[in-house]
Design a protein around this ligand. Structure first.
Ligand SMILES: NC(=O)c1ccc[n+]([C@@H]2O[C@H](COP(=O)([O-])OP(=O)(O)OC[C@H]3O[C@@H](n4cnc5c(N)ncnc54)[C@H](O)[C@@H]3O)[C@@H](O)[C@H]2O)c1
Length: 246
């Protein structure tokens, strides 16, 4: 499969591509910041429709994994988060329709389940959040669902937990992770869930929670992801100790 991945030079992108590489998928990697890769790369802004139209030409699927950087207090104001996260997502879905691309994976976040009540968070809880980051993730999911309904694009929204590089046990900011937490999610597990969905031509619109540690099963409806996609987290952080019981 020929897949366009946005935000590919970022923390998630660098690990998300691994399962695709292992299956020898053809990748076109897009980011606004330049990065080196053996794959075809597009350096450009997702907020620019012309650039996105060119980036999407000829691919069969898109994985949307970019986000506005958190630098300079960007999330204290709506401008950058909405320009990059929301407009960028709408541009990519528009380009999908125009290029007859039939499948898209949106990297969402558990932040869209901010107001979820109950012991277990349903995988398909209506997206609701607060703050500009959470709001842009809600808007991304609404755009995704709307294009799925109106244009018949197959879409998965992956509500991912706290992303960790399971080889180095560090998060996006380089902070060392010493203890395992329920939300810990390895980048490669996210990539594998994305890949499995793209392969499943019988699935239309889906919302999945994606986490790697077994403790996630207690509060998050991870069972649905496992059963629906015949998937099991591969990088379960069993090498990290659990926090002491209180
Ligand atoms: N890091 C986490 O713990 C976490 C948790 C839940 C969800 N997510 C989601 O994962 C996705 C990736 O996040 P990340 O942590 O890898 O962030 P990141 O900042 O490391 O990567 C995002 C990438 O997007 C690129 N980008 C920024 N503006 C762009 C633009 N205008 N056009 C094209 N590319 C642009 C950046 O250059 C960067 O490489 C986001 O959708 C985020 O909401 C992350």
């Amino acid at each position: 499969m020929h897949v366009l991945i946005t935000g590919a030079g970022g923390f998630l992108g660098k690990g998300l591509i691994i399962p695709f590489e292992e299956r020898s998928d053809k990748l076109r990697l897009m980011d606004v910041a330049s990065f080196s890769s053996p794959h075809e790369t597009v350096i450009g802004d997702v907020a620019d429709l012309d650039t996105v139209m060119k980036a999407a030409a000829g691919v069969e699927a898109i994985v949307i994994a970019h986000m506005a950087p958190r630098t300079n207090n960007a999330y204290d104001f709506p401008t950058k988060p909405f320009d990059i996260n929301v407009k960028g997502t709408a541009n990519l879905f528009h380009a999908a329709v125009k290029n007859n691309i039939k499948a898209v994976v949106l990297i969402s976040s558990t932040s869209v389940m901010e107001y979820c009540k109950g012991d277990i968070h349903p995988h398909d809880a209506p997206p609701q959040s607060k703050g500009y980051y959470g709001l842009t993730k809600v808007c991304q999911e609404l755009i995704a669902e709307s294009f799925a309904l109106e244009h018949g694009i197959r879409v998965a929204c992956l509500r991912v937990g706290y992303i960790v590089d399971g080889d180095k046990n560090v998060d996006k900011y380089g902070r060392k992770i010493e203890e395992r937490a329920a939300l810990d999610t390895d980048r490669r597990d996210i990539g594998e869930v994305a890949r499995l969905f793209l392969e499943r031509k019988d699935l239309a619109f889906e919302r999945f929670t994606v986490m790697s540690a077994p403790e996630a099963m207690i509060s998050w409806d991870l069972r649905y992801t496992c059963e629906r996609l015949n998937w099991k987290p591969k990088y379960d952080f069993s090498w990290l100790r659990l926090p002491p019981q209180k």
